[in-house]
Design a protein around this ligand. Sequence first.
Ligand code: ZN
Ligand code: ZN
Length: 77
Amino acid sequence: MASSDFGGPNKEREPVMICPLCPIKREDEELLEAHIADEHMEWYPWQCSICEKKRATVEMLQEHALAAHREQESKAN
Ligand SMILES: [Zn+2]
Ligand SMILES: [Zn+2]
């Protein structure tokens, strides 16, 4: 039994966020969002009508609306 413990590329557990639009990597989600906002601004076609924030998809915009505004629609049973 030969345990291969030679000095290979040790994987560090740092969270690497990869930009979905280009090969750029960022260590934080904040940095990645800043990069996306800086480089891929046109990627957010959906704009919130309440706070004017932009999201990439309508689903993300709905998630934002739920998280940020919690729009309460009175559903009649
Ligand atoms: Zn990018
Ligand atoms: Zn909003």
